[in-house]
Design a protein around this ligand. Structure first.
Ligand SMILES: Nc1ncnc2c1ncn2[C@@H]1O[C@H](COP(=O)(O)OP(=O)(O)OP(=O)(O)O)[C@@H](O)[C@H]1O
Length: 424
C-alpha cells in the first residue's frame, strides 16, 4: 500500500486492495428503425432466456465465469492523510465513480476494504441523495439528518445552502420539477455546507455554467482550507490544478499513478496525447485517431494546418442511422466548438461498424492544447448512447506574427496596430 503523501499523518481514507466486479447484463436498447425494432423483437426470447439462465447460475461473483464479470476496479490501494485534497482522474470508464461510490458506502467492494475516518458527505450523480417527491426544503433537512446533524444545526446552515444554490424561489417545489442544473447546484451546496470531515465530489463541474463552476471551486477550497479532506473527480485539469494537492490516476480499474499532482496529471496527459485512443462502454467501442496534415504521428495542430479526426465505432446496438458529435475543449476545460457529422446517412446493411472522418482547418487556435470529447447517438435523437470526455488531445502552436489572443482563450485574431499623431 502506497501513501499519496506523508505516511506519518493520520489517514482520513485508507483503501486496501479494493476490487469491484459487475456482472455483465446487456442493457435493453431501443432500435431507431422499424426494421431494427422487428429484428430486436425476433431476438428477444433468446436474449431473455440467456439472461434468466445467467441469473439463475450464480449469486456470488466468485461463482461466475470470468466472461460474465466486468472488473471496474482491481486491487486499488492508497491512503489519504486528513486535510489532503485529492484529484481523482482517468479516462471514462476508468473506475473513478465506482471508487467514490465505495468510499461513500453506496456500494460494497467485491473484495478489499475501505477505512474512512470521519463523516462523509458526497455528491455523486445528478439526482442521487434526493427524494424526487419531496421539496427542496424537505430534501435539505433529510440530507442533514442522514449525515447525523440535528434540526438546529441544519437550521443554522439552511440560508447559506439556499443562497449558494440560488434556488430560493423553488424551495417548496418537489425536486422532480427541478432542472438537472438546479438539482446539482442544490446537491453540491448541501454536500459542501453540512460540515463533513470528508467531502467527495464527482464531476460536478460538468454541469452548470462557468460562474457556478468558479463558485464550486471556491467553496471546495474553503472546505479544504478548513482542514477537511476532499476527493474530487474531474476531467478538467485546470480545475484539478487549482484545487488539488495530490492526484490519483486510474486506468482500466487500476491505480496508474498516485502522489505528486504534477506527475500524476502529466502521466494522464501523456496518455491523451497518444495517437490512438480506445474507449467504450458495455455495448460500444470507439477508436479515435488524429492526424495533422496527413501525418498520424504529428501532435501539433498549428495555425493553418488541417486535423483529421477519425472515429471508428463498433457497437452491438441495433442502429441504422448513427451520428457522432465532436466537442473541442480548451485546456481551461471550456468547450470552444462542436461539430456533428451533419449529413444523415442511412445504412441498409446490418453493419455494426462505421468510420466517421472529420477534417478541420485551424484558422486561429493557438497556445496550449485542446481535448476532444466524442458523443455517439442515433441521428434522430440528442440522447447519447455513449459520451466519452477527453478521448484525445492535440497541442496548439504559437501565436502567429500579426495576431493577438486573450488569456485562457485559445483563439487568435489577426490584428494591426497603428500609431498616428492626433490632428492639432
Ligand atoms: N452498475 C454497473 N453495472 C455494470 N457495469 C458498470 C456499472 N457501473 C459501472 N460499470 C462499468 O464499470 C466501469 C467503470 O465505471 P465508472 O463509472 O466507475 O468509471 P468512471 O471512471 O467514473 O467513468 P466516467 O468518467 O465516465 O464517469 C465502466 O466500464 C462501466 O461501464
Amino acid at each position: 500500500m502506497q501513501p499519496i503523501s506523508n505516511p506519518s499523518c493520520d489517514h482520513a481514507i485508507s483503501a486496501q486492495g479494493i476490487s469491484k466486479a459487475y456482472r455483465l447484463a446487456k442493457r435493453q436498447t431501443t432500435p431507431d428503425t422499424l426494421v431494427g425494432a422487428i429484428q430486436a423483437i425476433a431476438k428477444a426470447p433468446l436474449r431473455n432466456f440467456q439472461y434468466l439462465r445467467s441469473l439463475g447460475r450464480a449469486h456470488h461473483a466468485a461463482k461466475l465465469n470470468d466472461e460474465d464479470l466486468y472488473w471496474a476496479l482491481q486491487d486499488v490501494s492508497f491512503d489519504v492523510p486528513a486535510g489532503e485534497v485529492v484529484g481523482v482522474i482517468g479516462r471514462n470508464g476508468a473506475g473513478k465513480s465506482t471508487l467514490l461510490k465505495i468510499l461513500s458506502r453506496i456500494t460494497q467492494p467485491t473484495s478489499g476494504e475501505a477505512t474512512i475516518r470521519g463523516r462523509v458527505s458526497s455528491l455523486l450523480e445528478v439526482g442521487t441523495g434526493f427524494h424526487p417527491e419531496l421539496t427542496g426544503r424537505e430534501n435539505v433537512y433529510m440530507n442533514g439528518t442522514i449525515l447525523g446533524m440535528t434540526k438546529r444545526e441544519i437550521d443554522r446552515k439552511f440560508d447559506q445552502i439556499v443562497d449558494f444554490a440560488g434556488v430560493d424561489r423553488f424551495l417548496d417545489t418537489p425536486i422532480k420539477r427541478y432542472s438537472s442544473g438546479m438539482q446539482v447546484r442544490l446537491a453540491f451546496s448541501v454536500a459542501a455546507h453540512l460540515d463533513p470531515d470528508i467531502l467527495i465530489i464527482d464531476e460536478v463541474l460538468a454541469v452548470g455554467d462557468a460562474e457556478f463552476q468558479k463558485r464550486c471551486i471556491g467553496k471546495m477550497q474553503e472546505v479544504a482550507g478548513g482542514g477537511r479532506t476532499v476527493m474530487f473527480v474531474s476531467h478538467n485539469m485546470s480545475a484539478i490544478g487549482q484545487l488539488c494537492t495530490s492526484g490519483l490516476l486510474l486506468s482500466k480499474g487500476r491505480v496508474a499513478s498516485q502522489g505528486d499532482l504534477g506527475v500524476v496529471v502529466q502521466s494522464y496527459m501523456d496518455d491523451l496525447f497518444s495517437t490512438e485512443s480506445k474507449v467504450g462502454n458495455e455495448e460500444t467501442t470507439i477508436i479515435v485517431q488524429t492526424a495533422i496534415d496527413g501525418d498520424e504521428s504529428e501532435r501539433m495542430w498549428r495555425y493553418g494546418s488541417m486535423v483529421r479526426v477519425r472515429v471508428e465505432v463498433d457497437t452491438q446496438l441495433v442502429i441504422a442511422n448513427p451520428a457522432i458529435d465532436l466537442y473541442f475543449n480548451s485546456s481551461a476545460g471550456r468547450m470552444i466548438f462542436a461539430q456533428s457529422d451533419r449529413f444523415v446517412k442511412h445504412f441498409d446493411s446490418d453493419s455494426n461498424r462505421w468510420v466517421f472522418e472529420f477534417q478541420l482547418r485551424n484558422n486561429g487556435f493557438v497556445s496550449d492544447y485542446m481535448t476532444i470529447d466524442v458523443g455517439f447517438r442515433y441521428c434522430s435523437s440528442t440522447r447519447y448512447l455513449g459520451l466519452w470526455q477527453s478521448v484525445a488531445a492535440i497541442a496548439l502552436g504559437e501565436v502567429p506574427a500579426g495576431h493577438t489572443h486573450g488569456r485562457d482563450c485559445p483563439i487568435a485574431v489577426p490584428c494591426e496596430v497603428q500609431l498616428m499623431e492626433a490632428a492639432a
